[in-house]
Design a protein around this ligand. Structure first.
Ligand code: HMG
Length: 389
């Protein structure tokens, strides 16, 4: 039985910062951000969006009444949690009108947790093929103003429906994992921005990729040349390029050119959004599927998931004949329609997120065009609004 990704949809902010402007404001060469980091624009998340609204805004456009009836597992993967006890998935399930019999959980292991959710979901559907699982990776990447990590910020959510006989990608049951205690990136509970050893984290990422990629090829008897393209977690798009380059000696020159050309499609949309932690690998997969003219049904794609701390996994999926029907086809146009904000406006947005304090707070959501918005906090409870209700 085939099980895998049946539908995918993305949501982020309607606002972005231009990386050339940000570089100039930070006294950096624009090419450092555009080429050296590989980012052209960065999503600027307004206070009226948090992981709950991003997750719900990503999922609702792709769900039919029939899907909602069949979903009995919802996983929200995030490292931008809003509560130490209650799962963000509970709020998301409520906003989406999911069945009360749905198992509803939040998962955490840095950027890797989205993949943990996908694997849990595919195992669930293999046991219950008449059911569907919804997995959403939702995050807001924050390193702080004027820090080396700043040009690698971003945010958004990717929602994936996992089902039997999937339209997009039939997932393999084999994968290779690596998990060890590494202090490359972390965020203690009292911090709103991540702590990171940037260069170290980039080196660990490559080490993990090489370990799980080679481990997968050996343990499954797969040849690197069997893979049409490699899709990476993209904290910034140059990171994926570096990992890809480390694998090129394993294939012929012709295939090296083909892998690099496929990768340029896989990073296209991530260049305009930035890091969205748990969703980054899956935005790159969406980018690959939406913008790559050279893909064909039956192509086998390799996926590398990395989460600091650290955990890595390599697995593969086979592209299905109707894959285009399951995709968020309006995404490139949606990103192109976003509104540019100045560096000063972005800095104001950055500083005006809902404060981590008990007081009642009200947020200005009038200019936020999304269906689901965060309107503030009352009696220490976050207030969400469905504008369509
Ligand atoms: P930095 O020190 O400011 O940058 O921070 P740099 O000086 O290393 O320059 C970056 C690149 O730009 C270099 O290229 C320069 O040569 C190049 P590289 O050597 O890397 O190939 N450069 C130029 N290129 C063209 N024209 C120019 C020019 N000037 C310089 N004029 C760093 C960079 C990535 C370290 C920083 O942004 C950072 O700390 N980011 C956050 C950490 C991160 O993203 N780590 C990635 C791996 S860990 C991961 O993926 C997990 C994560 O997603 C979290 C999670 O799991 O939850 C982060």
């Amino acid at each position: 039985m085939k099980v895998g990704i049946d539908k995918m949809h993305f949501a982020s902010s309607h606002l972005y910062v231009d990386m050339t402007e940000l570089a100039r404001a930070r006294g950096a060469e624009p090419d450092k951000y555009l080429i050296g980091i590989g980012q052209a624009q960065m999503a600027a998340i307004p206070p009226s969006q948090d992981i709950v609204t991003l997750a719900a805004n990503a999922a609702y456009p792709m769900l039919t009444a029939e899907d909602i009836q069949a979903i009995d597992l919802l996983v929200v993967a995030t490292e931008s949690g809003i509560d130490n006890s209650k799962a963000s998935a509970i709020y998301v399930a409520h906003l989406l009108g999911l069945n009360r019999r749905t198992r509803t959980i939040e998962m955490k292991e840095a950027c890797y947790a989205g993949t943990a959710g996908v694997q849990l979901a595919q195992e669930h559907v293999r046991v219950h093929p008449d059911k569907k699982a919804l997995v959403i990776g939702a995050d807001i990447a924050r390193y702080g103003l004027n820090t080396p990590g700043e040009p690698t910020q971003g945010g958004g959510a990717v929602a994936m429906l996992i089902s039997a006989d999937p339209q997009i990608l039939a997932l393999g049951t084999e994968s290779t994992l690596l998990s060890e205690d590494v202090m490359d990136f972390w965020r203690p509970l009292y911090h709103t921005e991540a702590l990171v050893d940037g260069k170290f984290s980039s080196n660990i990422y490559i080490d993990y990729f090489q370990d799980v990629f080679k481990g997968y090829l050996e343990s499954t008897g797969t040849s690197a040349s069997d893979l049409t393209a490699l899709v990476f977690h993209l904290p910034y798009t140059k990171m994926g390029l570096k990992a890809l380059r480390s694998a090129l000696p394993l294939v012929s020159e012709t295939q090296q050119e083909s892998w690099v050309a496929h990768f340029e499609c896989a990073r296209k949309l991530n260049r305009y959004v930035g890091n969205l932690y748990t969703g980054s690998l899956y935005l790159s997969l969406l980018s690959q599927l939406l913008t790559d003219p050279k893909l064909e049904a039956g192509d086998r794609l390799g996926l590398f998931s990395y989460g600091s701390g650290a955990e890595g996994e390599f697995y593969t999926g086979v592209l299905q004949a109707d894959y285009a029907n399951g995709l968020d086809t309006g995404l490139p146009q949606c990103l192109a329609r976003r509104q540019r904000v100045s560096v000063t406006e972005y800095e104001q947005l950055f500083k005006s997120q809902l404060a981590w304090k008990a007081d009642d707070q009200e947020l200005d959501y009038a200019s936020d065009p999304h269906r689901f918005v965060l309107t503030g906090q009352h009696d220490e409870q976050r207030q969400y609004l469905d504008k369509w209700a």
